[in-house]
Every structure is written in C-alpha cells, then in structure tokens.
Design a binder for this molecule. Structure first.
Ligand code: 0A1
Ligand code: ZN
Length: 883
C-alpha cells in the first residue's frame, strides 16, 4: 500500500525529460510468482533537458536484481534503488546502455496494473503509469522508444506469446518445456502502449487488405472454447479498419493486429500498439448471452481502440494533462463510426443521454474539472466522462463551426505535422486554425473552463414587422478552483418551425448556410425577417453544444416540435422536456393539472399511432421517460429520491393506461420472427417492443406479469429474455423469484451473464435490496477481486439504484463506504471508481446529506488510503463556492 502523501502534479510545471530513450530491449521470463525482466535501455541526454541532471527512473513496487551500464555492473555507490525509483546521480553525458534486471510477482498483483494474471493467463496494463511496475523507466508519454520484446514461458502454461508489433522470431528455449517468441515494434511509442500476453488462448482470425494493398493478419484471442463468440468482434475490427480509411484516410501500419480478451480488467479496453487488450465483456457475444446493447458496445469499443492507432498511438500525448487530445478525439471518431454503421439520430440521442447522465452530473459535482485539467494527484482519476465525452463534444463543435471539409483538412494537417510525436491540445487546434485562417483562441476555452454552460433564450414575435427575435444569454456556474467564468463559444444549430409543422424560410444573416449561429458573448440577439406567423424555435439541433438550455416553450409548442421538427434529436428532446416538466413538479410535491398529464399521454398516444412504426428504435427512445437521475439533476438541490421514484412510476402508469391499444399492437406487430440478428433495425424493433412491455406492466401489473413471464420463457435471445426479467424486477412476488432462479440455473457457468443477473437484482427499487446485495456477495460466482463482478453488483446498486443507495437512513452510503475500504486494499482504481457514486451527495436533502458526509468522513479517516481513493474522497468533501 502506498503511504506517500499525494503530491500534486501541475501542468505549468511541465518540462521536457532530461534523458531520452531510443531503444528498449526487453527479455521477460514469465513465471507465476517470480517473473524476471531484463530491460536494456538505450539512453541519451535530451538536448532540451538540463545538462547536469541525475537520471531518475520511475518504479512502483519494484525489486532490483542487477544493474549494468554499457555492460558493466554498476558499483553500489553509483546508484540508489528503492521500490519507487532508480537514481543514478552522475550518468554519462553521452549515449549509453543501461541494463536493469527486476523480479516481479504477477500472481499477487491484484491492482491489475503492470504484469498480472487473469484466469491463469499473463497480461499487462500500462496506461497510465503501469510500465514502472514492470521495470524502472522514464514512464512518461513524451519519451518514445522502439521496443523489441523477447517473451519466454512454459509451453503448457503459455503456449501463446504475443507482444507489440510484428513477431520476428520464436522457438524452443533453454530449460525443460520452455519456449520463446520475439516481437518487434518499429514505431516509436511511449511506455504506456507497451503490452505482452502469455497464456492458453483460442484464436479466430482473418486477413485484411489495406487501401495501400498491404495484407494484415487480424486476430481475436479468447478463452479456449469461446471462439464462437468472437466473430462479431472480429467483424467489427474489419469494419473499423475500412471506415478509418474511407472517412479519415488512415491506413493500418503493422503486419498484424491482435486483440486479446481477458476476464479481469479495470476498464473497457486498452489500445496497446498492435495488441489491444480487452475486458472480455466487450469482445464475447452470442445471441444467447449478449444483448443488443452489448453488441453495440462491442462494436463501439473495438472501433475506439482501433482508432487510437492514429489518434493516440501515431500521435500521442505530451503529458497526461493532454489526455483529451487522444480520448476526446477518439470518442468522437467512434461515435461517428457507430452513427454511420447504425442510425445517426438514434445514436446521437444515446450519446446525449449518456453525456447528461454522466458528464453533466460530474460537471455539477465536487469532482468537476476542465476537459484539460491543470493539476492532479492521481492521473487514474482523470479517465472521466469530462475528458472523454465532453472532450468528444468539443471536437464535434469544432466540426460544426468550421464545416466538414475544413474539419477533414485540419485533421489531415494535424496527422501530417504531429505523426510520430507527443503532442498537445495547442498542436491540435493550430492545425484547424491554419487550414481555416480562424482564430480559435476563444473556442479553446472549452478545454480550460469546467462546468456546464446554461443558455437562456427568449423568443419574441412581432406580427406588424413580421420579425422574430431570439435573445440569448449564457452563464457557466462556478466549479472547484474556478469561481469566475468567461463566456464560451457556443454553436447553436437552429431552425424555425411553423405551428402547422412546415419549416419556415425566415432569414437572418448571422445564421450560416448550414443553420448555425455562434453565440460567443454573454448575451446576443438574432432577428429573423419575413416571418409570416409566430414560429416555434428549434434550438441546439442534433445537440450542437454540451449546454443546458432554458427556453420557455408551452406544452403545445413542444408537441408541435415532437410531431414536426425536421431534426429528429429535437423531436425526442421535445417529448423529454414535456415529461420532465411534469416529473419535476410532481417530485417537488407541486400540484400538476390533470389535463397536463392527460395531454402528454394523448400526445404520446398519437405519436405511437402515427409516427412510431416508421422508426421503432427512435420511437422507443421517445416513449421512454427521463430517468430518475435526469429528474434529480433538473431539480438540482434538496433532492428526495423517493419522491422522484414515485412521480416517475405514476407517470409511467398514466401513459401506459392511455396507450394500452397501441402498446399491445407493438407487442404483436414487432414480434420476433426468424433468426436473431444484432443489426440496428432488428435491435430497434426489439427495443420498442420491450419499451411497450415496460409501459404495459406499469399500467397493469397483472397483465405485465403475464406478458413478461411468457416472454421470459419463450425468448430466443438475451435481449428479450433480459428485458422480460427486468420488467419482473418491478413486480414483487413469486414470479420474479422463480424467474431469477431459472436464469441463474441456466447461466450458472456464464460469468458475464450472471453479471446481468447481479445487476438486475441490485437495481430493484425496494427496501430489501441492500440485504439482497449483501447476500449475493456470498454467491459462488461473486468475487471481490474481479472488477466486472464488483461493478455489476455493487456498482449498479450505487449508480443505478437511486432510491436504495440514497436510502434516508444512510444504510446505502454506509454499505458503499465499507466496500470502498475493502476494495481499496486490493484494487485502488476500482475502489476510487465506486466512490465516485457519492458525487451528487450535496444535491440531496439535508438528512441524506449528513449521512453521506459521515460515510465520506469515515473513508477519509482511514489510515493508508491509496492515492486513488484519498484523492476522490478529499475532493468530494472539499467546500467550494458553487453551493
Ligand atoms: N486508453 C484506454 C482507457 C484505459 C485507461 C487506463 C487503463 O488502465 C487500467 C485501461 C484503459 C481507452 O481509452 O480505451
Ligand atoms: Zn480511449
């Protein structure tokens, strides 16, 4: 356990490394508890560094066995070695070789950083600072080297040996039953992209011909026996490779591209050069075990990691403050890929739902930080929704502002200039400034200023002048360390809709040909001329900026948008806004006119009857009410999760009852026929049919139970089976418990499927759930050391069960505090992630707030906290001026 007082790392303190490493030769002799690593580093002084500096290599829990400089053992007085550092006070001021031998124990590595074992196989995770757990190194992304890795292992224990780059050699090694393989990666890379794998693995593969007519061997490695579940992932790689060639002109650059799936992994996946390592949850899929959402996630994450080969690997980050340079851009790229492969509006809605649920929440919490933070205590805590998702929104806004052609030209220039380097956000923006001649300095505030801007808009129609005026005002709330905010450059994609539904041809010279107005002052005004009747404004089409909007449209006007807006995103948004208004009022105990509820229900009914059949995936989104967290966020303070839960249940009941006939018709017309296919259209039909089941169950419990039981028994794919089971979760009684038992028996040997079973039970909104979760922690399939298990049971309880996690007696908070403290001893990264579920504690009403604060204080008071948990708990408790 680390006991160091966490030092703060600051962007302003960046300076180039005093030494560079050109080549790394690694010899790794795999052994369960005593793996020997011999690293030969070819070093030289950095001309940009200090001339008299010592050489200080990073380490983490390392054990030095031998050290030689240019082939000669270094005398004891010439260096100093601790588990955290290897220092040579007087290194040569010319190029030299350093040979370092360390011994590491992969079996007892429960942090899952560095070299560790998963189901007996050896694998590595080096981002952000894991390479220093393998050997002493200049473990920072601006030190880029060419790696050659010799991996040696017992043939039975690890018949498959994979490294970065291309395999250049292999065969029998000295010692009984040992063999080896040598891998060479010609592309200089930072240490965080290093990887190796050794183990018993099954393989599926195919050949891919690049646009430059080169052959690439593409393969996916999985647990033996699961090869038949790797086909979709393999296919997704091929589609990603083709897409990056077509849309960004990027070709793959090695002879092989390998993906290995492991069952113990802290995150989703990792883009190591030529050897991506994946959480197996994002690789393995069959109709029997994976839902439509799983298939979509696999496709997106495969694409994400593959796209990193250019945005992240060929052009990497100068330092960890620039994390969004690779992550925001790569998320943007994977979102565009999924939109092209699936339905663009449906995907955009899903992106925005996730952004609001995770990033807006973070932005309004004590953990709020800029997309490019300026300081950190633990970099692992900055793999956040803000860096990733808001980072992607910035790239999207840039494209919206400069247009698709200039965006592509800017991307090309960026790659051309920065290929093979460790770059900064400034380098990225400079490419776009240079191709467009625009000054992007105001726009760059998006990287520096935290918090979600709020844009308030008022519309005024002047019948005599035939004009329509829009008055805009923007402001951004204070966030930790940033009390005063500047106006942002906000692209507003907009249009006007006539009340009879026709688009209006009004003109305004401040709106670009593609319908975008750039709001870059605190207040501004647009005047449209030639407006013959009062219009309904449709603002932030396709969610053109990550902001909150205040715009007072009547229910009637919103329903015009739902029916007629040319922008699908805003049609969905209109339905959400109408529902959210009712839900917020009800949750706060305000009275709501029955006519408003009835009006909303009948508008949804009309939508279901006329519009829904044309696009079932879209319709399923429209008929799904805002989530409990959406409502809580909209309320913002003094939140009572019980009241929110009741309000939402009641509105679902009213809508379900008003729409029984169309909902029943969906159940019939959308019934599954033929073999399962995970394509977007088929998935869309299933999602509407299952949304209908959910609303019918809300309207009539007995009917819902009968339909859900039938569907649970007759389902031929996991999507339908799980949807039925999740409806049963809302209906207490025998049927639910029987179905849970049957599900468990059926999938007893399928850990990833049992994760769904854990998750569903953890999200039951009833009081007995905490006890159930505690009982499930004793289940034979549960393990505190496997991140997927912990996240599906404990993480789901804390993040998805608003009512029980925030139980008024504080029991949910206490439970989570216990788990965080226990997990911290094994896996600090996992513990810190779980702890972020407290991020909205200050939004709660007083009693809950005080319970949450006590739980946080209890964590903070524990001695020897990891840096990961210590940092999150300290920031969660800090007072700042936004409250
Ligand atoms: N770069 C990866 C995310 C990642 C970060 C840290 C990790 O360490 C446990 C693992 C993965 C991505 O964006 O996919
Ligand atoms: Zn990434």
């Amino acid at each position: 356990m680390r006991t160091d007082i966490a030092q703060i790392v600051r962007l302003e303190d960046y300076r180039p490394s005093d030494f560079l490493i050109d080549r790394v030769a690694l010899d790794v002799r795999l052994h369960p508890t005593a793996t020997r690593v011999t690293a030969t580093l070819t070093l030289r002084p950095n001309p940009l560094g200090r001339a008299d500096a010592p050489l200080v290599l990073d380490g983490d829990e390392l054990n030095l066995k031998a050290l030689a400089l240019d082939g000669r053992a270094l005398p004891a007085g010439a260096f100093e070695a601790s588990p955290q550092a290897l220092t040579i006070a007087q290194p040569p001021r010319r190029p030299f070789n350093l040979t370092i031998e360390t011994e590491i124990d992969p079996t007892s590595n429960t942090k899952l950083m560095g070299l560790y074992r998963s189901s007996g196989n050896y694998c590595t995770q080096c981002e952000a600072e894991g390479f220093r757990r393998i050997t002493y190194f200049l473990d920072r992304p601006d030190v880029m080297a060419v790696y050659t890795t010799r991996i040696e292992a017992d043939r039975d224990e690890a018949p498959v040996l994979i490294g970065n780059g291309n395999r250049v050699e292999g065969g029998a090694a000295e010692g009984t039953n040992r063999h080896y393989a040598v891998w060479h990666d010609p592309h200089p890379k930072p240490s965080y992209l290093f990887a190796l794998v050794g183990g018993r693995l099954g393989r599926v593969g195919r050949s891919f011909t690049t646009m430059g007519e080169r052959e690439v061997d593409v393969a996916v490695y999985v647990e033996p026996g699961k090869e038949d579940r790797a086909g979709y992932a393999l296919d997704a790689i091929e589609r990603s490779m083709r897409w990056d060639e077509r849309v960004f002109g990027r070709e793959y650059d090695l002879d092989v591209f390998n993906i290995v799936a492991v069952s113990d992994f802290n995150m989703g996946a990792m883009e190591n050069k030529g050897l991506n390592i994946f959480n197996d949850k994002y690789v393995l899929a069959s109709p029997e075990t994976a839902t439509d959402a799983d298939y979509a996630n696999i496709e997106a994450i495969i694409a994400h990691e593959y796209f990193h080969n250019w945005s992240g690997n060929r052009v990497t980050c100068r330092d960890w403050f620039q994390l969004c340079l690779k992550e925001g851009l790569t998320v943007f790229r994977d979102q565009e890929f999924s939109s092209d492969e699936r339905s663009r509006p449906v995907h955009r809605i899903a992106e925005v739902k996730a952004l609001r649920a995770r990033q807006f929440l973070e932005d309004s919490s004590p953990l709020a930080h800029p997309v490019r933070p300026t300081q950190y205590r633990e970099i692992n805590n900055f793999y956040t929704a803000t860096v990733y998702e808001k980072g992607a929104e910035i790239v999207r806004m840039l494209k919206t502002i400069i247009g698709p052609e200039d965006f592509r030209r800017g991307m090309d220039l960026y790659y051309e200039r920065c290929d093979g380097t460790a770059a900064t956000v400034e380098d990225f923006l400079a490419a776009f400034a240079d191709v467009t001649g625009r000054d992007l300095s105001h726009f760059s505030r998006w990287y520096a200023q935290a918090g979600t801007p709020r844009v308030t808009v008022a519309g005024t129609y002047d019948a005599a002048a035939q004009t329509y005026r829009l008055d805009f005002a923007q402001s951004t709330p204070p966030t930790p360390g940033q009390t005063e905010k500047e106006p942002m450059a906000i692209p507003v994609a907009l249009g006007l809709v006539a009340r009879d539904g026709r688009p209006m041809q009004a003109t305004c010279d401040r709106v670009s040909a593609n319908g975008v107005f750039l709001l870059d002052k605190a207040t501004d005004r647009l005047t449209f001329t030639g407006v013959s009747a009062p219009p309904v404004p449709s603002l932030f089409r396709e969610f053109s900026a990550p902001v909150k909007t205040t715009l007072d449209l009547s229910n009637e006007e919103l329903l015009v948008l739902l029916r007629h807006d040319g922008d699908a995103f805003n049609r969905w948004q209109a339905a959400q806004s109408v529902a959210l208004r009712l839900l917020v009022a009800r949750s706060k105990g305000a009275s709501v006119a029955d006519a408003d509820v009835a009006g909303t229900a009948s508008a949804l009914r009309a939508f279901m009857e006329t519009d829904a059949p044309a696009d079932p995936a879209f319709a399923a989104l429209v008929v799904t009410l805002p989530s409990e967290t959406d409502i809580a966020q909209e309320i913002g303070s003094d939140v009572d999760p019980d009241a929110i839960h009741r309000a939402r249940r009641e509105l679902r009941r009213r809508i379900g009852q008003a729409c029984i006939e169309p909902l029943r018709r969906f159940r019939e017309s959308l019934a599954e026929s033929g073999a399962y296919s995970p394509d977007a259209a088929s998935a869309g039909r299933r999602s509407l049919r299952n949304a209908a089941l959910d609303l019918l169950a809300a309207a009539d419990a007995a009917l819902g139970e009968r339909l859900a039981r039938e569907q649970f028994e007759s389902a031929v794919n996991m999507t339908d089976r799980l949807a039925a089971l999740s409806v049963l979760m809302t209906l207490p009684g025998e049927a639910r418990e029987t179905a849970l038992d049957r599900f468990e028996t059926r999938y007893r040997n399928e850990p990833l499927v049992l994760d769904k079973w854990f998750m569903l039970q953890a999200t039951i909104a009833e009081d007995a759930t905490l006890e159930r979760v505690m009982r499930l922690m004793e289940h034979r399939a549960f393990s505190m050391s496997n991140p997927n298990r912990v996240r599906s049971l404990v993480g789901s309880f804390a993040m998805l069960n608003q009512r029980q996690f925030n139980a008024p007696d504080g029991s949910g908070y206490d439970f989570l505090a216990d788990i965080v403290l226990r997990t911290d001893e094994l896996n600090p990264q996992l513990a810190a992630r779980l702890l972020t579920s407290f991020s909205s504690w200050r939004m709660m009403e007083k009693t809950r707030q005080s319970h949450a604060k006590n739980a946080l204080l209890r964590i903070a008071g524990k001695p020897n906290l990891s840096r990961d948990v210590g940092d999150i708990v300290a920031r969660s408790l800090e007072e700042h001026e936004s409250r």
